[in-house]
Design a protein around this ligand. Structure first.
Ligand SMILES: [Zn+2]
Length: 481
C-alpha cells in the first residue's frame, strides 16, 4: 500500500464524530459493512483456491507450467475479477447494487493488504509479529467498518450533519465545528471517511490533510526525560533540574469493584450460547449493557487522561526522551498485564511521538537495554542488579540517595544532550547504547503455539506446520512462489 504524502507544511490527521443515524440509515450502514466483509471473504477464497488446486495437482504428479497459475492478489486484479463475478455469482448478483462500490473496495483492499503482509512477513521483509495466512472473517466477530475514498464525502455547513456516498446525509451527535471551520477556510481537505460500529455506536472518522498552525513549545531549549511506571504513571525530569510526578489515575482499578458486581450479575442470567442455540434473555442483555457501559467509561477516561498528559508534555518541551519499553512482553506477564494495559504505556509513546512532530520538536527513544534505572544520575556508576521492589536508589560510588523513578527520568533527560539538541525533523532518533548495559527485561521465548503457526508450504500455503524448530531453514525451504 502506498502511503499518502501530505504537502509540505501540512499533516494528515483524523477527525472523529459519533453518528446519530435513523433506523434506515443504520440498516444501510450495516449493509455496507457486511458487503465489505463479503468482498473480503470472496477475495481470500478466490486467491487461496488456486493454492489448494496447485497443491492437489502436485500431489498427483502435475508440475511446472501445467499447473493452474497463481491468482494475483493486487487490488486492481482483485477489483477486475470481482467486477465480473458480482454480476453472475449467486452470492452477489441479487444484492450487490444495494451498496456503494466503495464497500466492496474496502473488503478487496483489506484482502490485498492481508496477502501482502503475509507474503512480506514470510520473506522476512516485515517487522513485528509474524503474519498468518489471510482467513475468512466471521459474521459474528468481524469489526463492522467501511471506508469511502471517492464520491460525495463532506461535512455539512450546519455542522450537525455529514454526507457520504450512497448513505446520504447523516446527523452527528456532536458538532463538527472543528473540522467544518477548517474546510470552510481552506486549511483542511478531506481525503477519506471511515464509518465503524464501536461499542454499539456508529462513528465516522475523516482522514484529513490539514495545515496546522506551528506551535512552538514554551521551553524549547529544555529536554525532558519521561519514565513510565505503574505506581506513578510518569515521572518527568528536565535538563533544567525540575522534576514532576504524574500520578497514575488507574481508571480500571477504580472501577474493578463495580465491574465485579456487574459481571456476577451477567453470569447469573441466561446468556448467548451458540452450541445450544440459546439466545440471550432480555435480562441478560440489560445486565450486559450495564456492564459494558462501565468498560466504555473506563476506556474514555483513560483516553482523555493520556491525551491531556501527552499534550502538556509536548506543549512545554521540544525534546522528549522516552524508553523503548517491551509493552507486548509485559502484557504477557499475568502479574503485570492488568496494570500495564490500564496505564497505556504504548499509547503514551505513540502520542508523544506524533505530537512532538507537530510542535517541531523530536522524540528520542532510549535503547531497550539502556539501564536508565540502574545508572546513577549523579556520577554515572551502573549497578549490576536493581530489583523492582527497591524503590529508592542508593549509589555505592557517590552516596546519592534518590527516588528510583526520578533517577531514571534524570538519566533519560541527560540522554537527550548526549544525542544533540532539538533538531526539527530528526524524529525517533535512536540513542546510542552505552557500554555495560545489560538486559533489563527477560527475552521472552516465543510460545509453542506461536512457533507452530501457519507457516505455509511449497505446494500448499494453507498447510499447518507441526513444528518449526529451525525457522531459518523453514523460511528458506518454503519460499513463497
Ligand atoms: Zn553515584
Amino acid at each position: 500500500m502506498k502511503k499518502f504524502e501530505p504537502r509540505p507544511g501540512w499533516v494528515v490527521q483524523a477527525f472523529r464524530f459519533a453518528l446519530d443515524p435513523n433506523a434506515s440509515q443504520q440498516q444501510a450502514l450495516r449493509s455496507h459493512c457486511g458487503a465489505a466483509r463479503a468482498a473480503y471473504n470472496w477475495a481470500v477464497s478466490w486467491v487461496s483456491a488456486s493454492w489448494w488446486q496447485r497443491g492437489a495437482e502436485e500431489s498427483y504428479g502435475v508440475s511446472g507450467q501445467h499447473l493452474t497459475p497463481w491468482r494475483p492478489w493486487s487490488l486492481p486484479a482483485l477489483r477486475k475479477e470481482f467486477n465480473q463475478v458480482k454480476k453472475t455469482d449467486p452470492r452477489f448478483c441479487r444484492w450487490w447494487q444495494e451498496n456503494s462500490k466503495e464497500a466492496y473496495n474496502t473488503g478487496l483492499a483489506a484482502a490485498a493488504a492481508a496477502f501482502d503482509n503475509y507474503a512480506k512477513s514470510k520473506r522476512g521483509q516485515r517487522k513485528g509479529q509474524r503474519m498468518g495466512v489471510p482467513r475468512r472473517k466471521s459474521k459474528h466477530r468481524a469489526r463492522m467498518s467501511c471506508r469511502f475514498t471517492t464520491g460525495t464525502i463532506r461535512v455539512e455547513a450546519d455542522r450537525r450533519h455529514i454526507t457520504l456516498p450512497r448513505l446520504g446525509t447523516i446527523r452527528t451527535h456532536e458538532s463538527t465545528r472543528k473540522l467544518e471551520r477548517r474546510v470552510d477556510n481552506g486549511t483542511a481537505r478531506i481525503l477519506s471517511a471511515t464509518v465503524r460500529l464501536e461499542r454499539g455506536r456508529w462513528f465516522v472518522s475523516f482522514q484529513v490533510e490539514i495545515e496546522r498552525a506551528q506551535r512552538t513549545p514554551s521551553r524549547p531549549e529544555v529536554a525532558a526525560g519521561v519514565d513510565l511506571g505503574v505506581k506513578c504513571l510518569a515521572v518527568m525530569a528536565d535538563s533544567a533540574g525540575e522534576v514532576r510526578y504524574v500520578s497514575n489515575p488507574a481508571h480500571y482499578d477504580q472501577a474493578i469493584k463495580q465491574l465485579k458486581r456487574l459481571c456476577r450479575r451477567v453470569s447469573r442470567r441466561q446468556g448467548l450460547d451458540r452450541r445450544t442455540r440459546q439466545t440471550p434473555s432480555k435480562r441478560w442483555l440489560k445486565a450486559d449493557l450495564e456492564r459494558n457501559r462501565v468498560h466504555y467509561r473506563v476506556a474514555n477516561l483513560r483516553a482523555d487522561a493520556l491525551h491531556k498528559l501527552t499534550t502538556t508534555i509536548t506543549a512545554e518541551y521540544a525534546t522528549v526522551v522516552v524508553e523503548d519499553l517491551n509493552v507486548a512482553g509485559m502484557l504477557k506477564n499475568r502479574r503485570l498485564a492488568r496494570k500495564v494495559a490500564d496505564a497505556g504505556f504504548g499509547e503514551i509513546r505513540r502520542q508523544i511521538t506524533y505530537k512532538t512532530g507537530w510542535t517541531g520538536g523530536r522524540t528520542v527513544v532510549a535503547d531497550r537495554w539502556y539501564p536508565s534505572s540502574k545508572t546513577c544520575s549523579g556520577c554515572g556508576a551502573v549497578k549490576a542488579k536493581l530489583p523492582l521492589h527497591v524503590r529508592t536508589y542508593h549509589c555505592d560510588a557517590c552516596g546519592l540517595v534518590l527516588d528510583r523513578d526520578e533517577n531514571a527520568a534524570r538519566n533519560l533527560a541527560a540522554l537527550a544532550a548526549a544525542t544533540g539538541t532539538g533538531v526539527a525533523g530528526d524524529q525517533d532518533a535512536q540513542a546510542s547504547k552505552p557500554r555495560g548495559a545489560d538486559q533489563k527485561t527477560r527475552n521472552t521465548r516465543p510460545s509453542r503455539k506461536a512457533r507452530a503457526g501457519w507457516a505455509g508450504g511449497t505446494n500448499l500455503p494453507h498447510q499447518r506446520q507441526q513444528e518449526t524448530g529451525d525457522r531459518h531453514q523453514v523460511t528458506e525451504a518454503l519460499r513463497l512462489r
